[in-house]
Design a protein around this ligand. Structure first.
Ligand SMILES: [Zn+2]
Length: 628
């Protein structure tokens, strides 16, 4: 049962001359694949008929199909990864050989292995018979390696050079390629590195899938554009005219809804203009077919799929439309929607913002905390001779207000500046309604020279939601992901995708009027603050073997205000998506007037500018309780 890696390599080099099995991957899945209740929302027998658009994709992965490279650019949760999983099952059962599955990181790879691959093997008898249980010691079945007769499956991350260089590979499955790092261990593009492993096999297969990201930089888009660019054509139930389905471009089948009522979303036929309700989708999908829309390079088959093709019971057109209405004014969230629902790339408008253009939009807030704010969060940057901190308020749609900014001078290696920070974070801020608000989550940059101090400070204050953060190097990930506690103090550390944060800040600085995503800046900020906030610019850089990558570069030395803006957004996201969605309701609660507000007559000093060097922290309202 358990062949050694060396045996397998030997077998691999002397590639079998036996004819390929004729069974297709989709027929295999229909006959053998069982979905477990742990990994699937629709457990039981796999039915390709449920998602007819997946049939051709899977069948291109069949050994008897001539396609060498198969590319799927799509929205999220439309089933593309299941195609890959069925292919893995097929290889184990019917076409054994060395196979490599690559996820964006090793950590994600391990998670996919445990939550997707292991349950598939356990639930499907013909796979269970061929892959030993992982319980026995020498079973050849670990989280990252699954041995089976005649082959093995290695599951690794695109951030592991060692994992990608392992051995000759006949079947290569690269999932979510737009999230791969641009360079792995200084050896170049992980996709090119992994594909090199397949060079010794004449009958190799490479399967690349991803939700796309930014236009001109997206790997999956580049691969799709080199392919024959297939689209899934649906016949109109009214006139029979076949076309593919897009969002709103006239010229193809498109989605429309009655003004102000996204739940009325329906398709409009590009042939006869008839309104087609979503209930016709099942029959349209059954009769649909993939058609190439380009010549291609001759060996790459490419598929494009949006969530608009989701079968009934999954994401509906009405849901797509109401999500669109919610995010359309905020470029940052609209980008995510375009990528994950339409499966299309996002075109960035401009890569920098002029500080001067922000001067004109400074506003005098009616109180420290204006109506609209649903939570206060804080962010702290650690410099060699000082701490800099902001307090920001966020409301519905992540509209935000800069509430306070301070510079606390002192050596971060000594205690006293941290006591000043305690006082700053413990203040309460007065809302327009008279209510007093406090900071509910704070993050401190731990990436500099004072990591230990930051960890210790945060560890003692974790109960008050004070967390260390650190900038990460992998681009294209969400701003905040699950924290790790792998550090000496076992403190929850959040690694941030800083590029994502900067994209958000810059796209939001371009929003022209108050509303979702808008950044309100108070009249007390000065030119230096605005210059820091706009201190970087996204550039396109060309990397050998990878093409264009996007990178943020500093236009001036000092950029603390921009870092603080990114960290504050991270502090908000640490509170979780459910909390963020509820900000509108919280804002309404804070806006309720306090009856006893009239009795508070004490003069509260506003943050006052002191030139040069920042703002004097508030002198009243300091609460020592924060320190205890
Ligand atoms: Zn029609």
């Amino acid at each position: 049962m358990s062949a050694t890696v060396a045996d397998l390599c030997a077998a691999a080099f002397g590639e079998s001359l036996a004819p390929e099995p004729l069974l297709t991957v989709s027929s295999w899945a229909d006959e053998f694949r069982l979905l477990s209740s742990t990994a699937s929302s629709e457990p039981g027998r796999w039915r390709t008929a449920r998602t007819p658009y997946l049939r051709d994709i899977m069948d291109c992965l069949s050994p008897s199909h001539p396609a060498e490279r198969v590319v799927v650019m799509s929205g999220a949760q439309i089933g593309k990864t299941e195609c890959g999983n069925n292919w893995i099952g097929y290889v184990i059962h019917r076409s054994p050989g060395p196979m490599l599955m690559v996820q964006p990181t090793v950590e994600i790879a391990k998670r996919v292995s445990k939550q997707r691959i292991a349950p598939m093997i356990a639930a499907t008898p013909v796979l269970r018979e061929r892959v030993a249980e992982s319980r026995s010691r020498d079973s050849g079945n670990t989280v990252q390696v699954k041995e089976f007769e005649g082959g093995l499956l290695i599951i690794t991350g695109a951030n592991s050079g060692a994992g990608l260089r392992s051995m000759p590979i006949r079947f290569l499955f690269m999932d979510e390629v737009d999230e791969y790092p641009g360079d792995v261990d200084g050896q170049g593009d992980p996709v090119a590195l992994a594909e090199k492993r397949t060079a010794t096999f004449a009958r190799r297969k490479v399967f690349l899938t991803s939700t796309p990201t930014i236009k001109g930089l997206s790997r999956i888009e580049r691969e799709y554009l080199e392919s024959d660019q297939r689209r899934f054509f649906l016949g109109c139930p009214e006139c029979g005219h076949p076309d593919y389905l897009v969002w709103r471009d006239v010229g193809h089948h498109r989605i429309e809804w009655e003004e102000g009522s996204p739940k009325t979303a329906h398709m409009v036929c590009s042939g006869c203009g008839t309104r087609i309700d979503e209930r016709y989708k099942t029959e349209m999908l059954e009769a649909g077919e993939w058609r190439p829309t380009a010549q291609g390079d001759g060996h790459t088959v490419g598929f494009h799929l949006s969530a608009l093709y989701s079968p009934l019971g999954w994401k509906s057109w009405a849901q797509c439309a109401s999500e669109f209405v919610r995010v359309k004014e905020d470029p940052f969230r609209l980008k995510t929607w375009v990528n994950t629902v339409l499966g299309e790339t996002w075109e960035e408008r401009g890569d920098s913002v002029e500080a001067g253009s922000l001067m004109a939009r400074l506003e005098k807030f009616p109180a420290e905390v204006p109506t609209g704010v649903g939570v206060l969060v804080a962010a702290v940057d650690v410099q060699g001779d000082r701490l800099e901190a902001v307090v920001k308020g966020y409301g519905a749609g992540e509209e935000s207000w800069l509430v306070a900014f301070t510079q606390l001078h002192g050596d971060p290696a000594r205690e006293s500046v941290w006591h000043d920070l305690d006082r700053f974070l413990a203040q309460s801020f007065e809302h327009e309604s008279g209510q007093k608000l406090k900071v509910e989550c704070a993050v401190v940059d731990s990436g500099g020279a004072h990591t230990e101090h930051v960890y210790r400070y945060c560890k003692a204050r974790q109960g008050r939601r004070v967390f260390p953060v650190k900038g990460g190097t992998i681009a294209g990930r969400p701003l905040v992901e699950r924290p790790s506690t792998h550090n000496r103090y076992r403190v929850k550390l959040f690694v941030l995708c800083v590029d994502t944060g900067k994209d958000s800040v810059f796209s939001r600085l371009r929003i022209p009027a108050a509303g979702p995503g808008y950044l309100h800046l108070p009249d007390w900020v000065d030119e230096e603050y605005l210059a820091q906030l706009t201190a970087e610019k996204a550039i396109r850089k060309y990397v050998k073997g990878r093409g264009a990558v996007r990178e943020w570069v500093k236009l001036r030395e000092r950029n603390e205000a921009l870092d603080l803006e990114v960290y504050a957004l991270a502090a908000l996201h640490i509170l979780g998506p459910t909390f963020v969605r509820g900000l509108g309701e919280r804002a309404a609660q804070f806006a309720r007037p306090v009856a006893e507000a009239a009795t508070q007559t004490e003069e509260q000093p506003r943050p006052v500018m002191r030139r040069p060097g920042g703002w004097i922290p508030r002198r009243t309202g300091w609460v020592n309780g924060w320190r205890s």
